[in-house]
Design a protein around this ligand. Structure first.
Ligand code: ADP
Ligand code: MG
Length: 252
């Protein structure tokens, strides 16, 4: 049994690899025998379409605003992998979510017994949806792009995490910072990695996700990287990340 079940994938910056990580990590965790629920919390529905699903009538929006039941909105994607899909309507849930920052935690509770791990793909903001993700998570994965300003904004995110831990969710902790879109051929990527490890130490996952065009292509086929390009560098990296996440979850 995992000590950490609910894992939020957060960074208020867009385009850092949150959704790519949510989709591919979920897939490899399921392949490793975990029962996984992926929850898409971005109105841009990238995780939903990334696993090949169209927007459903019942989705995380209808569940959060109370017009639908969480269980009936869940769709099966693969062996061991379910999705709670998003909807563009989710932008309209802000009022409810501002009023009740623990609403997501509440609606997920009845689903928890059926899963080993629940991955929450957050939108690129520190708004009410992300606050709900922070309140509902026990562990956080923070993807950062291997670029010069990688750590900019991370300080603010860490402060928000501390505030949420002190108020809404004492169980919240950082599972790890994940370096994404790493280009081993550039000195810049190497310098950025050293700098991040110097600053954040063992909070940084050993696994680094390389820049790999296969990872960018897979979602347009509605496939995870293990289906689309199983021998690619991106596939190897996300398989290793799944192993590292399973270890960290046990040690947490
Ligand atoms: P976020 O969810 O943080 O906004 P995404 O996961 O959607 O970020 O990634 C942003 C874009 O970069 C997408 O087009 C995605 O396919 C691409 N991408 C993500 N990770 C990689 C990678 N390691 N190599 C190449 N492209 C990537
Ligand atoms: Mg995203």
């Amino acid at each position: 049994m995992s000590k950490v079940k609910r894992i939020g994938i957060v960074n208020q910056k867009g385009g850092v690899g949150k959704t790519t990580t949510a989709v591919n990590l979920s897939a490899y965790l399921a392949k490793a025998g975990q029962k996984v629920l992926l929850v898409d919390l971005d109105p841009q529905v990238n995780a939903t379409s990334g696993v090949g699903q169209a927007v459903q009538e019942e989705n995380i929006y209808t569940v959060l605003v109370g017009s639908g039941e969480a269980q009936s909105a869940v769709v099966n994607i693969a062996k061991g992998l379910d999705l709670l899909p998003s909807s563009p309507d989710l932008v309209g849930a802000s009022a409810e979510l501002i009023e009740n920052p623990t609403r997501l935690a509440e609606v997920l509770r009845p689903l928890e017994p059926a899963y080993d791990l629940i991955l929450l793909d957050a939108p690129p903001s520190l708004g009410p949806i992300t606050l709900n993700v922070l309140s509902a998570s026990e562990g956080l994965i923070v993807p950062v792009q291997a670029e010069y300003y990688a750590l900019e904004g991370i300080a603010g995110l860490m402060e928000t995490i501390d505030q949420v831990r002190a108020s809404l969710n004492p169980a919240l902790r950082l599972l790890g910072v994940l370096i994404t879109m790493y280009d081993p051929r550039t000195l810049l990527s190497q310098q950025v990695e050293s700098n991040i490890r110097l600053n954040l130490g063992d909070k940084v996952f050993w696994t680094v996700i390389p820049r790999n065009v296969r990872l960018a292509e897979a979602p347009s086929h509605g496939q995870d990287i293990g289906q689309y390009a199983p021998t690619s560098s991106g596939a190897h990296a996300y398989r290793r990340l799944a192993e590292e996440v399973m270890r960290r979850v046990q040690e947490a």
